[in-house]
Design a protein around this ligand. Sequence first.
Ligand SMILES: [Zn+2]
Length: 320
Amino acid sequence: MQYIVGIDVGGMSAKSGLFSLEGELLCQACVKTNASDGFDKTVSNVAALVKELAQKANIAFSDVAAIGAGVPGVVNSQSGVVLRWSNFAWDNVPFAERLSALTGKPVYIANDANVAALGEARFGATSQYQSSILLTLGTGIGGGMVFDGKLLEGYQSAGAELGHITIREGGLSCACGRKGCYEKYASATALVRQTRHAMVENLQSGMWKLVDGKIQNVDGKTAFTAARQGDETAKKVIEQFVDYVAEGIADFVNILRPEAFVLGGGIANEGEEFFEPLRKAVDKRTYIAMDIVPLKIVGAKLGNKAGIYGAYSIAKDKII
Ligand SMILES: [Zn+2]
């Protein structure tokens, strides 16, 4: 029996899953990567994690056929070189080659957000569609595009930075150097900021009660919860936020027209109270309406396992 290891490498920790060749998740393990200790230490921690996973699953290490990994940053998936590792000043680090040398296995890597999109497309919410785009509304907006079952990554895999299209010209400054980026308006971070702003402007809002009068307690759920209770200020916050999310989706639809969008992050758990108005807001903005060409907008299913499923998938595609 042969196996594939899928790894989701983060700044603080790496999650891994042992898969059968057919894609059944058999065992999981996690390790602190201590990325602040440097690149060499990070790779050796990940290599140790793979060995530990095989041990935990009680299989011979020689039965691991390949390793796939999602890595944060600009990751050239052809060469296996991380051109720029997010959050650390590591440029041009040969992650795949180094991990392969330490484990004796072929290693295939791609950007972590792209890998998560592939995971959802193969095993999650969009598995029945030929083309899908994942948007994860978190601290920023991450995502990936899958067309005809393959990742659309751009030249040297440096595209698909979906959070950095401009939706408000001259708008809020983004760390990327532009103003008005999508993620400054439609991420979970943005929703929290918008909620706080509305509360300060509306001291009578029921949202104050929800957070015990402390604005630092506001999170991505505050406005949704208050809107459900009928709070008018909260309803307006959600309405505006939905419009922001729709602006970006409509742009991607007009250019790429996937069959489906899958939204990840905590906000996607708000269910139809988020998705129903979102579909309407997107439909109002797209050039080709949904009654002419259908478009699905759904919530992610795999949660934080999307990365390991996607990592399995990139390795599986290479070795089969
Ligand atoms: Zn930006």
